[in-house]
Design a protein around this ligand. Structure first.
Ligand code: DON
Length: 573
């Protein structure tokens, strides 16, 4: 195993006694030590692998599989630990998508995306002159959709082998006894101190009188109590009883609209995964209300007939072609994609060869297209999220992307319950043509309606090669998610890279509007100059995504990689 980035945290407490169940493998001097852990960027494991945004979460996932759990058990336990150790995106107050392939070939898609509350309406973020008040969909109580994560975890249970009580124990232990903060986590908490104080109505574990620093221990008693209620009462421990009452009381103190009925009526939904073929690989991804699966299908099919490997990795030719595919796919996102239970999304047409070749009919390899003249196709039929990738010893594949939307969601901690709520309502189109936090625009397809799920870009994805499990991948990054997954897959399939290199290479992003190409700081400067000459507006930006990937090699070893861009870390055996 190669340890690239090492972060050593000193043991600062040895006297705590951790939970005593048979699953109490968390504690000082135990298999998972929250006071001393390291970040491991890449690994090759014989049987089981986890890649996630936090070393403790990945280690717990692997420990669960060592004790006989499968990839679904590991996904449940890993998400719960992320809800404790990665509060900027790991959550029980948000939502997500789980995509899986069982070793018998069965595909599973679980949609636990947040939904608009009963009292929501399409104009709820407009002032009396019809102007959007973006602050309301981004921060504070009104920004939150009905949380879906806990329902999603219980919808995963039929595929798991172990008891939920065991799977949640590590998260309870870490919340109750604390874990040591990395430098990045301390800085993140300090960065949101003011907005959490402003938007929350009661004190919380995230804000203390002095600033956080690396090595400090974060203890979350209220969160431990909430998780214990879920352990004892199941999903009702969140959607009913005390936790539900705490959420509704928080809403009432802050003019929010989520009510007891919203919580009681929330359900996770099964969605049929989408699949398509790319150069002999079967790519499987998430259906609406995610736009991700359709977008990667469109982008990959649009470039498939061109000799990408001959063009070369990040040559002007390959990048320019990929940008033009991105532009066209994202134009369709704005027009045609939304919650399929409320809007008929023309999935088949959007992914069809005939439609996609017509979309590229005006592609010019010599110069930039202009977004104002691209528009969506004509169809006759009517930055914080987190990803985890898991492969278990049997070969089950699980890919989960889960989110609060923005980093630390709506910055509102549910008083007495210790968790942060999402600000997912901003993913709706608050007004046709008005960009959201990610600059994405939309219209009727993604307008607000009670019970409707806001359009997502989350793209948990699986790849089969020769009909056998090959890749598990996904990433956070708002609207950059589908482009990151698309580019990482092309890096493996066309440019022959390992999954780790494919993830770590610099990325670029075009989303139709704004008509510009965002590039990461280490993007090739020569290609950048050539693109500018062809008429592209280039906008340098910070890092794009934090992708977690696992590839199954011909010798069955699990080549596992965590993105270089964060504290993301792998574990396995
Ligand atoms: O569902 C979506 O598309 C967004 N709410 C995801 C947000 C996200 O990835 C932020 N992370 N950096």
């Amino acid at each position: 195993m190669r340890k690239i980035s090492i972060l050593c945290i000193c043991i600062i407490a040895t006297t705590f006694i951790f939970g005593q169940s048979s699953f109490s493998f968390v504690g000082p001097d135990k298999e998972v030590n929250p006071y001393s852990y390291i970040v491991i960027k890449r690994g090759e494991f014989k049987q089981a692998a986890v890649s996630s945004a936090h070393p403790l979460a990945s280690m717990v996932g692997a420990a669960i599989m060592k004790r006989g759990g499968n990839a679904f058990d590991a996904a449940i336990a890993t998400q719960l630990v992320l809800a404790v150790v990665y509060p900027q995106a790991g959550n029980i107050g948000g939502g997500g998508f789980l995509l899986a392939r069982k070793v018998n070939g069965e595909l599973i898609g679980i949609d636990y995306r947040e939904a608009a509350p009963e009292k929501a309406n399409r104009d709820m973020y407009l002032d009396k002159n019809g102007n959007p008040q973006m602050n309301l969909s981004l921060a504070g109580h009104l920004a939150s959709g009905i949380p879906g994560t806990v329902a999603g975890l219980f919808a995963t249970m039929p595929y798991a082998k172990l008891a939920f009580e065991q799977l949640i124990q590590p998260a309870i232990d870490i919340a109750a006894k604390g874990y040591v903060l990395t430098e990045k986590e301390a800085a993140n908490l300090n960065g949101v101190r003011e907005s959490i104080t402003k938007n929350s109505t009661q004190p919380s574990a995230f804000v203390r009188s002095i600033k956080w620093k690396v090595g400090d221990t974060l203890v979350q008693k209220d969160l431990a109590a909430t998780l214990t209620r879920i352990q004892k009462e199941g999903a009702r421990g969140f959607y009913d009883g005390k936790t539900a009452e705490l959420i509704v009381a928080e809403m009432q103190r802050g003019n929010g609209i989520i009510g007891l009925n919203d919580l009681k009526n929330y359900t996770a939904k099964l969605r049929n995964p989408l699949s398509f073929n790319y150069r002999g690989h079967e790519i499987i991804s998430f259906a609406p209300p995610s736009s991700g699966g359709i977008l990667i299908a469109q982008m990959m099919k649009m470039v498939e007939k061109y000799p990408m490997s001959k063009y070369g990795f990040q040559s002007t030719k390959s990048v320019q072609l990929m940008i033009e595919a991105e532009r066209r796919a994202y134009a369709d996102r704005a027009e045609f994609m939304g919650d399929p239970d409320f809007f008929k999304v023309p999935v088949k047409t959007l992914m069809s060869d005939a439609y996609l070749s017509q979309r590229m009919s005006d592609y010019n390899p010599e110069k930039a297209s202009v977004s104002s003249s691209i528009k969506a196709g004509i169809i006759k039929e009517s930055e914080e999220t987190t990803h985890l990738s898991i492969v278990d010893p049997a070969g089950n594949l699980v890919s989960v992307t889960t989110t609060l939307n923005n980093s630390f969601g709506n910055r509102t901690v549910v008083g007495g319950a210790g968790f942060i709520l999402n600000n997912e309502m901003d993913d709706f189109s608050v007004k046709p043509g008005v960009p959201n936090m990610y600059g994405a625009i939309g219209g009727e397809a993604n307008s607000i309606q009670p019970g409707k799920r806001m359009l997502s870009s989350m793209t948990p994805t699986l790849v089969l090669k020769d009909k056998k499990p090959y890749i598990v991948i996904g990433t956070p990054g708002g609207t950059t998610i589908p482009t990151s997954v698309y580019q990482a897959l092309i890096n493996v399939i066309d440019f022959n890279m390992s999954v780790g290199d494919a993830i770590d290479k610099p990325k670029f992003h075009h989303q139709w509007l704004p008509d510009e190409v965002a590039i990461e700081p280490d993007f090739d400067s020569n290609t950048k100059e050539q693109l500018i000459k062809m008429g592209y507006k280039i906008t340098p930006r910070g890092s794009i995504g934090k992708t977690e990937g696992i590839r199954i090699l011909p010798n069955k070893r699990r080549e596992t990689a965590a993105d270089k861009r964060g504290d993301d870390s792998v574990a396995g055996f």
